[in-house]
Structure formats: C-alpha cells, structure tokens
Ligand binder design. Structure first.
Ligand code: PEP
Ligand code: MG
Length: 587
C-alpha cells in the first residue's frame, strides 16, 4: 500500500532522462509481485473469497481472449495460438483445485494463488525439456494477470486502454511496454528504478515523453488521482504543485517552445562545423513508425536501427518476409541517405518471450551471441537486410562483438546468405557496407585486428561505459558512476577512432552520448565521422555542430586526454558547448 504523505506540494528528485514538462493526474502502476496481502480467512469469509477468485479467473480469461483476438487480426491465427497456452494454465484442474482448497482452509486468494503458481513455475523452470521450461514464462504471465485482477491494480498490459491523460508512476517500466505507450494519453512517467541509458529511458526520449527515473521509492509515496508535474529536464516530480510552481514551469515551457522553433529552421541545413567539416548526423530508430520523426528532425538517415524491437512485442518473431518488408520500407524512405540496420540485440533489458532468467543478463545470452548460436534466427535476418539493400543505402551492423572469432563467424554467415541470394537470383547490393558496434572494451582494445574485416565502427557508448566501468546501466544507485567521459572510456574511444581510420573505416557514435550537447564537442574533437541520436535531440545537435570550430574541439579533446577526471572532462566539454550555443542550456 502507498504510504501516507503530508498534504501540500511534495518534491521528489531523480535522474532526468527525457526532457519536457507534463502536468496531469498520476496513474500509479502496481507491481503484482509486491504488496500481496497475506491474511487468514474465517470460515464464513472463504465462500466470498472463492467467488472473488473465480471472478478474477473470468476477467483474466476475457483479457487474454481480447489480446489473442488483437494478435490474430494483426498477425494471423498461427501467431495468436501462443495464447492458447495461457488459457490452458487458467484451466489446469490440478492447479485450480490446489488454490481452491488452500482458500477453503483459510488462506486469502492472492497468497494461495501466488504460492501455488510460483511452485508450478519453479518446477517447470527446472525441467530438462526446453518446451516445458518455456511454459514457466506462461505461468508467470498468467499469474501476474490473475494477481493484478485480484488486487485491482492496473498492470502494464492494461495501458492500452487509458481513457484520460495521465502521468505514470511505477516501480519500473519495461522497454517493450514503454515502446507501446500511447503518447496521447501518457504525458510523462516517473519510476523508482532505472538509469539514463536504460532502454526505457532511450524509448522515452524517442517518444518525447518527459521522464524521470531513479526516484527510489516514489511509487509507494504517491496515489492514483493526485495531480503532479514532471520536469524531465531537471529530473523532478512535483506532487500537488502549487500555483507558483505551475507558473514557473509554464515559463520554462514557453522558452523551450521558442527554442524548438528556431531549431526547426535548420532542418534542411547540413551538419557542418563553422569551418566546413562535414559530419553525418543521423538518427536512432526502433521501427518504421519512427520514419516521420527522423524526417522532421533533419537527420541524415538512420545511424542505428534497433531491430530487436520488432521482436519484443509480438507473440511470434517476424520471419524473413516480414523483416524484409520493414527494412525495405525504411531503406526506401531515406534513400539515398544511409540506413544502418543492426542485427538483433536481444537480451540485457530487452527480454523476449521465453528467455530464461539469468543473474547477469548484460553479460550473458545477448545480441550476437544469440544470433551466432541459432542460424534459424540469424540467417533470415541477414537475408532480409541484404534483400532490402537493393532498395536504398543499407549498411549492416553487428552488435556486441567481443572477439575476432565472433566477427569472422558473423561475416561467414553473411557470405553464405549472399551466395544463396545470388543463386536464387534475388537482387541485393553487392557493395553493402558491413560494420560492427564497438561496445565491449575488448573490441575497442583489438580494434586494429577487427578493422580489416569491416567498413565501419559505431561506438555504443552506453554499453561501452557500462562494461568498462562495471556500472549497470539500469541501476539507479550506481547511475552517478555511469560516466561516458571517464578517461578510461575516452581512451577506448580514441583507440577505436585511430584503428578505424588507419584501416580506412569510418567511425560513428550511436550511444546516448552522441545526442548530448554537453559532450558533442569532445566527440567531434576526437575525430568521429558520424553521430547518431534519438530524433528528438538531432536539431539541437545540429545547431551546436554548426557553431563549433573543429580546432577548438580538437584542442578540447587534446586537453581531455591528459585529464584524469571524467567530471572535469565533462565540465570542459560542456563549457565549450555553452560558449558556442548558450541557447541550448538556458531553458
Ligand atoms: C549502446 O550500447 O551504446 C548502444 C547504442 O546500443 P544499445 O543502447 O541498444 O544497447
Ligand atoms: Mg549496446
């Protein structure tokens, strides 16, 4: 239960992750595995409790059937079949008998259901058989829905049915849920957990939803229906804001709107420094729905297409044809500008249905490791990307390469796909560029050995920082240590750029650093050729680039390389950015 807080304005400070101000009523999302009441029932109460449990089952069946219907309409009967497994869990006579008899003997429905389904799921998870192990996820899913219905809390799954604008406050939000938020109803969100480069935060910036994360235990301190204001720039959640606070934020909003107006004028202008150095300023996307935002931002094509988002929400992964249609649409939309399509980067915080629990998912079954282990996943994607290359300027990129062998194995698989397509007479761009992310320190350190096998490197500074500094990018408690300007990270960036350029590769940055006005001067000074950022921040990045002198940025980079403090390096880069584009830092 939320704790009682004093009346009046309450201010909570967290980590700002997506700019903008939003004011609306709070919708507090429940987390069904928390706050489960545990009490004994009198004999008289058990009858009503059994009926309440039945009612929750009926409601859950109705919800699942509705989701199944939506999936069937969108993707076909086969794909919708997965929900039959969910319905079967709800009809399992042994499970239901056990819960009913626990209620009859005086255990409340939530506790009885949670305890029994947890045992079921644990038993399934321990099975040798892959199929049965995957059923544990079904039991979890269904159990969460039933518990949500028993507790009357709104779950992530219900967000599609909002009827009025809200600010979501939750312990956490998954990236896949955030990706599906209805922008017209969800005006902002605030979470207890999270860091600046979590995919939930990245998604919020993409959707331009003002967001604050890392608020500790705020979800326990607020109530659904309270009015609140989210300042996604300052990282503040103000509950019951006073008129004075609302007025102050109203002014900030006006200043930002005026600045955005100015930035929009640059849309058709090139990303060129004051002395004429041309950079590629591209955008990061998750799917074709982002095409209009990229065009509006004035970005030059796509520097990172995170294709895993195509796999996160549907019940069944898209096949080669479905992927081809998506990649072709994006390639054609931007031709002749480049579109860098990254192969699957599932895992970490981007969990897919049926993925097994791991203690360290960012160090585990993730990205290229999954693809290389399963040609049934990798080959259709490579073929689809190759085929799309006939319709635009497509470049293919591998995520999370940590050693030469992985890169060579990925290239071998690509070569097999090329040969197949040639044989089948299917057109593709024989000169399609192939590159890799540099986001594991080992890859940066051996960049010289990797460079001959690719056309480009793209620095994934979110993970590079996480892995170099041993700082979980999702963990709010260590978020202050996630410093992409740390001298160790800068050395790896520098090594990568030098090795790439020596071998004739271009080098870009597609981590969140690339869109951060405070550090762009540093990246330019270090010699990057491309920056790719979420469309929302592209106009500001272009504004800054066009006012930057390369010599000043280079002098900054030289001084940064002999500085031992990440904070000091950030301060120096920000000072240069502020001196050339103060407008970006005033509101
Ligand atoms: C990165 O790690 O910087 C990156 C761009 O990849 P992702 O954020 O998708 O992990
Ligand atoms: Mg990454």
């Amino acid at each position: 239960m939320p704790e009682r807080e004093p009346a009046g304005e309450r201010v909570y400070r967290g980590i700002p992750v997506a700019g903008g101000v939003a004011h609306a009523k709070i919708l507090r999302l429940g987390q069904t595995n928390h706050d489960i009441p545990d009490h004994r029932l009198t004999e008289a109460e058990t009858v009503a409790e059994l009926a309440r449990f039945q009612q929750a089952l009926v409601e859950t069946r109705r919800q699942i059937a509705e989701v199944q219907h939506r999936v069937k309409t969108a993707m076909g009967a086969h794909e919708a079949g997965i929900f039959d497994a969910h319905l079967l869990v709800l009809e399992d006579p042994t499970l239901l008998d056990k819960v009913n008899s626990a209620i009859r003997s005086g255990t409340n429905a939530e506790t009885a259901f949670r305890d029994i389904t947890s045992k079921y799921a644990a038993a399934l998870a321990a099975m040798d058989d892959d199929y049965l192990r995957e059923r544990a996820a079904d039991v979890h899913d269904v159990a969460n829905r039933v518990l949500g219905n028993l507790l009357g809390v709104v779950s992530e799954a219900d967000l599609s049915r909002l009827t009025e604008p809200v600010l979501i406050v939750a312990p956490d939000l998954s990236p896949s849920t955030t990706a599906l938020l209805d922008r017209s109803k969800v005006l902002g969100f605030a979470t207890d957990a999270g860091g600046k480069t979590s995919h939930t935060a990245i998604m919020a910036r993409k959707l331009r939803i003002p967001a604050v994360v890392g608020l500790g235990d705020v979800a326990r301190r607020v109530h659904t229906g309270e009015y609140a204001l989210i300042d996604g720039h300052g990282g503040v959640l103000t509950v019951n804001p006073t008129d004075a606070t609302l007025f102050q934020y109203g002014q900030i909003r006006e200043r930002r709107a005026a600045l955005e107006h100015r930035l929009a004028d640059l849309r058709e202008q090139p990303a060129i420094t004051m002395n004429g150095t041309r950079l590629v300023l591209a955008a990061n996307i998750e799917g074709p729905a982002d095409i209009p935002a990229v065009k509006e931002s004035g970005a030059e094509g796509v520097g990172l297409f995170r294709t895993e988002f195509l796999f996160l929400n549907p019940a069944v992964s898209p096949d080669e044809e479905q992927q081809f249609a998506v990649y072709r649409e994006v390639a054609a939309a931007f031709a002749p500008a480049p579109v860098v399509i990254r192969t699957l980067d599932l895992g970490g915080d981007k969990l897919f249905a049926g993925q097994h629990h791991e203690s360290n998912p960012f160090l585990g079954w993730r990205a290229i490791r999954i693809s290389l282990a399963d040609p049934a996943i990798f080959k259709p994607q490579l073929r689809a990307i190759l085929r799309a290359s006939a319709y635009g300027n497509v470049k293919l990129m591998y995520p999370m390469i940590s050693c030469l062998e992985e890169l060579l194995a990925a290239n071998r698989m690509l070569e097999v796909c090329r040969a197949e397509l040639r044989q089948e007479g299917v057109p593709f761009d024989e000169k399609m560029e192939v590159g890799m992310m540099i986001e594991v320190p080992s890859a940066a350190l051996i960049a010289r050995a990797l460079a001959p096998h690719v056309n480009f490197f793209s620095l994934g500074t979110n993970d590079l920082t996480q892995y170099t500094l041993a700082v979980d990018r999702l963990n709010a408690r260590v978020a202050h240590l996630h410093t992409p300007t740390h001298p160790a990270v800068l050395r790896l960036i520098q090594l990568t750029i030098e090795a790439g350029h020596a071998a004739g590769c271009w080098v870009g940055v597609c981590g969140e650093m690339a869109g951060d006005s405070a550090v762009i001067p540093l990246l330019v000074g270090l010699g990057v050729d491309e920056l790719s950022a979420t469309p929302a921040v592209v106009p500001a990045a272009k504004f800054l680039l066009r006012r930057l002198k390369l010599a000043e940025a280079q002098a900054l980079a030289t001084s940064a390389m002999s500085c031992d403090s990440g904070e000091e390096i950030l301060a120096r880069s920000q000072a240069l950015a502020k001196s050339v584009a103060p407008e970006l830092f005033n509101s």
